[in-house]
Design a protein around this ligand. Structure first.
Ligand SMILES: [Zn+2]
Length: 86
């Protein structure tokens, strides 16, 4: 059996990942930043409706697992990927 080496490009999730930057053409480990996304607003609305507590609906904005994740190149700050929760 002949094995050919395969370059694994891992799919980007909420964790920093190795990608080739489209801007500077370097293999880089992305820097991640959590941004409020669709799911954040949905959870916010849901909490508002069913808990009825105005302060509680802001909780999803403090919970990173409810947010989208932006991946940027650490070298040139190019936005490479947005990991969406929905
Ligand atoms: Zn870059």
């Amino acid at each position: 059996m002949h094995m050919t080496p395969v370059v694994m490009t891992q799919p980007l999730t909420e964790l920093p990942g190795l990608v080739q930057c489209t801007c500077c053409q370097q293999q880089v480990l992305t820097t991640t930043e959590h941004k409020a996304g669709m799911l954040t607003w949905l959870v916010c609305g849901f909490v508002c409706l069913f808990v009825g507590c105005l302060g509680c609906c802001l909780i999803p904005f403090c919970v990173d697992s409810c947010k989208d994740v932006e991946h940027r190149c650490p070298t040139c700050q190019q936005l490479l990927h947005i990991h969406k929760r929905l």
